[in-house]
Design a protein around this ligand. Structure first.
Ligand SMILES: CCCCCCCCCCCCCCCCCCCCCCCC(=O)SCCNC(=O)CCNC(=O)[C@H](O)C(C)(C)COP(=O)(O)OP(=O)(O)OC[C@H]1O[C@@H](n2cnc3c(N)ncnc32)[C@H](O)[C@@H]1OP(=O)(O)O
Ligand SMILES: NC(=O)C1=CN([C@@H]2O[C@H](COP(=O)(O)OP(=O)(O)OC[C@H]3O[C@@H](n4cnc5c(N)ncnc54)[C@H](OP(=O)(O)O)[C@@H]3O)[C@@H](O)[C@H]2O)C=CC1
Length: 515
């Protein structure tokens, strides 16, 4: 019997960010392995014209939850959605709901965050710092609370090269920042933001570091642990391989490359691609929840959920496998044939952007205009290039994360728990994982049918022919213009023609002699 699964049975669990990528997989695994847990409270806001109930209904009826329904048919009754907006005071939770949460909650998983790299400092602090402080305050008023798990990121200290499983202090106290945001206006905040974030690459990683400091400062006598995942990718094994549901991280770039928009990326091929499957992060999170509640470590422990020091894979290997998978399983209606390379050179990167990204987009937009349609490719290309440039920082560096706590926990698990809550990435086969990942992007993000693969392959063949035709035509036009305008080009041309002529004459003469 799994001790971890048994621990969550009968518990009332509060999850923030349950509608997000990580939150959904966490909820799924909890319900599947501990179907007799008491209730999962999830703090949700209405979004995109959907009510809370509609959002939950859609999530629970998705493919991700199909297996859960086999072991937990009353899954809808186990989820209690509570209206909440984490950027509001007291999360805008009603008095009755708050009362219920305070008196019943046993376990908290705090996953909610804004993960946008370019968010405003005000909003990112509200979500990633102030909301964390508020939740800790709530937690301190929960008499039945056994453990509080805070999800951070392995990049919260990415201004360092070697990162230990400790909470590092930030140059400015989170409290000072929270207080000053109350009276400073937005324009001034945006002006001081670059000075505040110093050597952090973006507002997101900086505010996640502040969030960790808040956890340390406001922990009181709570039983807390922090999980720091690196780049969270599609599921490895559970509930099935390749599940993914948003365009964050590598996902958007995989789409852009597979559809033939992205043909080059400024990346360091040898840098470690520290991806970690989302189900691995979830397994570690649940194991940490159990360990922290049962063993009550004296201090707040930090756990790195990374792959680099257990089973490293670099961007070159990853890129090659992504491209190989596109050959086998192409995406539908590609703009150009998928072909891409990594370049770490600024000049080459500028060249690729001009020739391989912007020029085809402009040409295609001209074609759309000429055929009476609205041009859109240049806008899309700018969006892709902006996204790629935002991610560049992370694909041109390697970090070393120590993993003592994660390894210690692995050794504390029973063989059954090691199997059910496996977070040992040494067993991960990257080539297989990446293939399933790309397949998952096609099926679950792009919603493309596998039956369309022959047609997609046909389309790529047509694109190849168009490509050859276009290049040949371009070559002939350029050459013709050169010959017309330059004496040197004419000389070269006459040299080539006379050389070919002589070679053919010699060949003909020697074959006549042999006869
Ligand atoms: C041999 C060589 C072979 C080479 C092969 C090449 C193969 C290529 C595949 C390999 C992939 C490698 C990729 C590596 C990527 C590494 C990522 C590293 C990230 C580490 C981060 C740390 C981890 C974390 O802790 S946080 C989680 C990560 N957070 C994010 O990823 C958020 C990032 N996104 C943003 O911050 C914003 O969305 C931003 C700034 C990128 C864009 O903002 P903007 O306001 O301009 O647009 P949006 O309104 O957000 O979106 C507009 C539009 O774009 C779509 N979109 C959004 N994000 C992406 C994306 N990442 N990729 C593609 N498209 C994206 C979005 O859906 C919108 O579409 P609409 O249709 O308009 O709705
Ligand atoms: N994805 C990754 O690569 C990594 C993620 N992480 C961390 O993991 C955690 C989960 O990330 P991930 O699942 O990828 O992120 P998502 O963006 O997919 O999910 C974010 C969640 O936070 C919720 N949320 C945001 N703002 C509010 C608000 N004002 N009120 C209520 N809920 C809100 C979102 O709700 P809604 O659906 O309503 O928007 C959503 O459920 C984060 O803490 C992140 O920092 C760490 C490392 C890497």
């Amino acid at each position: 019997m799994s001790m971890i699964a048994a621990f969550y049975s009968g518990k009332s669990i509060l999850i923030t960010g349950a509608t997000g990528f990580l939150g959904k997989v966490l909820m799924e695994k909890l319900l599947r392995t501990s179907p007799d847990l008491k209730v999962i409270y999830i703090l949700v806001r209405p979004k995109a014209g959907q009510t809370l109930q509609q959002r939950i209904f859609q999530i629970l009826n998705s493919k991700l939850f199909e297996k859960v329904k086999e072991v937990c048919p009353n899954v809808h009754e186990k989820i209690r959605a509570i209206y909440a907006d984490l950027s509001q005071n007291d999360f805008a939770i009603s008095k009755e709901d708050m009362q219920e949460l305070l008196s019943c909650t046993n376990v908290i998983f705090h996953c909610a965050a804004t993960v946008r790299f370019d968010d405003t400092l005000r909003h990112a602090v509200q979500l990633n710092v102030t909301a964390t402080r508020q939740l800790l305050l709530m937690a301190s008023q929960m008499p039945k609370l056994e453990v509080f798990i805070h999800i951070s990121t392995a990049y919260s200290n990415c201004n360092l090269k070697h990162i230990d499983e400790v909470i590092y202090p930030c140059p400015v106290e989170p409290k000072k920042i929270i207080d000053s945001l109350e009276w400073l206006d937005d324009a001034i905040i945006e002006e001081i933001a670059p000075k505040l974030i110093r050597d952090w690459p973006n507002i997101y990683t900086y505010t996640k570091a502040l969030g960790e400091m808040v956890v340390q400062q406001e922990s009181r006598n709570l039983n807390i642990a922090i999980i720091r995942p690196s780049i969270v990718g599609a599921t490895w094994q559970e509930p099935f391989p390749g599940w993914v549901d948003n365009v964050n991280g590598p996902n958007g770039l995989i789409i852009a490359a597979g559809k033939g928009f992205l043909r080059a990326l400024k990346a360091t091929p040898k840098a470690v691609a520290d991806l970690i499957p989302v189900d691995t992060v979830v397994n570690l999170t649940l194991a940490v929840g159990w360990y922290t509640a049962v063993h009550r470590p004296k201090s707040t422990l930090v756990y790195h959920s990374t792959s680099g020091n257990f089973n490293p894979c670099n961007w070159h290997k990853m890129g090659v496998q992504v491209l190989a998978t596109f050959e086998k399983i192409p995406f539908e209606r590609a703009f150009r044939r998928p072909y891409a390379n990594f370049t770490s050179n600024n000049f080459t990167s500028l060249y690729w952007n001009a020739v391989s990204h912007r020029a085809p987009a402009i040409i295609y937009d001209c074609y759309l205009r000429l055929t009476g349609r609205k041009p859109r490719m240049t806008k899309l290309m700018n969006q892709i290039l902006r996204t790629a440039s935002m991610l560049e920082y992370f694909i041109n560096r390697s970090w070393e994360w120590s993993t003592y706590n994660t390894e210690m926990l692995m050794s504390e698990l029973s063989p059954e728990d090691q199997r059910v809550f496996n977070f040992d990435v040494r067993q991960l086969n990257w080539l297989e994982y990446i293939e399933n990942y790309v397949l998952g992007v096609k099926k679950y993000l792009l919603k493309e049918d596998m039956a369309g693969i022959p047609e997609a392959k046909q389309h790529l063949k047509r694109l190849r022919n168009i490509h050859y035709l276009f290049n040949t035509a371009l070559f002939l036009i350029v050459w013709r213009l050169l010959i017309a305008r330059s004496q040197m080009a004419r000389n070269v041309w006459f040299f080539i023609v006379s050389f070919c002529y002589k070679f053919l004459s010699y060949f003909r003469a020697s074959s006549t002699l042999k006869v």
